[in-house]
Design a protein around this ligand. Structure first.
Ligand code: GLN
Length: 189
C-alpha cells in the first residue's frame, strides 16, 4: 500500500511519520506530475485551508484530485483537510473540493484560543486522544455521511464512503488508531 500525502503546506510530515510507524510507504504530492505516481489513498493535512486551496488551484492539482476522489480514491482530511473536502463552510464564503456532504464551521472554537486536547469515543475504535488547533467542527452531515465522533455535542469526525475527516489532528498524538482505520479503508477499497 502506498499513501499520498498532500505536501503543499501544513502538518504533512507528521502524517508521513505515523504512516511509517504503521509500515505504510508514502509519497508526497507537490505538483501535477506527482499525480502520475502510484498511490492508493490520499491524506490532506491540517494547516491553513485558504492557503492549501489557493495552491491546489495554482498548481493545477484541484480538478484532477477532485475527480480522483469522486471516482473513489480513499481520502483522509484532517482539520484544514476537512474544510477542503466539505461541501459548504457555514461561516465562510469559500468552498473547495466539495466532495463530502458535510457543512463545516471554520475556526469553530475561536481563532486564537481555540487549541485544546481532549479524549473522546471514536466509532469502532474507542477512546482516542484528540488535539484541536484552531479547528473546525462539523455543523451538519447529510444522510450520505456518518458521524464517527462527537465532542461537547459537536461532530468532530465523519465518514462518507471513501472519505474520512477529523476536525482534530491524530498525527500529533502517539495513537496510531485513526491512521490504521484509514489504511483499512484503503485496503478494503
Ligand atoms: N483554522 C484553519 C483553517 O481554517 C485550520 C486549522 C488546522 O488545520 N489546524 O484552515
Amino acid at each position: 500500500m502506498n499513501i499520498a500525502v498532500l505536501a503543499l503546506q501544513g502538518a504533512f510530515i507528521e502524517h508521513e511519520k505515523i504512516l511509517s510507524k504503521l509500515g505504510v510507504s508514502t509519497i508526497e504530492i507537490r505538483q501535477q506530475k506527482d499525480l502520475e505516481k502510484d498511490f492508493d489513498g490520499l491524506i490532506i493535512p491540517g494547516g491553513e485551508s485558504t492557503v492549501q486551496g489557493k495552491l491546489l488551484k495554482e498548481l493545477g492539482l484541484f480538478e484532477p484530485l477532485k475527480k480522483m476522489i469522486e471516482n473513489g480514491l480513499p481520502v483522509f482530511g484532517t482539520c484544514a483537510g476537512l474544510l477542503l473536502l466539505a461541501d459548504k463552510i457555514n461561516n465562510d464564503d469559500r468552498s473547495y473540493l466539495q466532495t463530502m456532504d458535510i457543512v463545516a464551521e471554520r475556526n469553530a472554537y475561536g481563532r486564537q484560543l481555540g487549541s485544546f486536547y481532549t479524549e473522546a469515543d471514536f466509532e469502532r475504535i474507542g477512546t482516542v486522544p484528540m488535539t484541536f488547533i484552531r479547528a473546525p467542527y462539523i455543523k451538519a452531515v447529510s444522510e450520505k455521511a456518518r458521524p464517527l465522533a462527537t465532542v461537547d455535542g459537536h461532530i468532530v469526525a465523519a465518514r462518507q464512503g471513501n472519505q474520512l475527516v477529523t476536525a482534530f489532528h491524530p498525527e500529533l498524538n502517539d495513537s496510531l488508531h485513526i491512521h490504521k482505520y484509514f489504511c483499512d479503508m484503503v485496503a478494503n477499497q
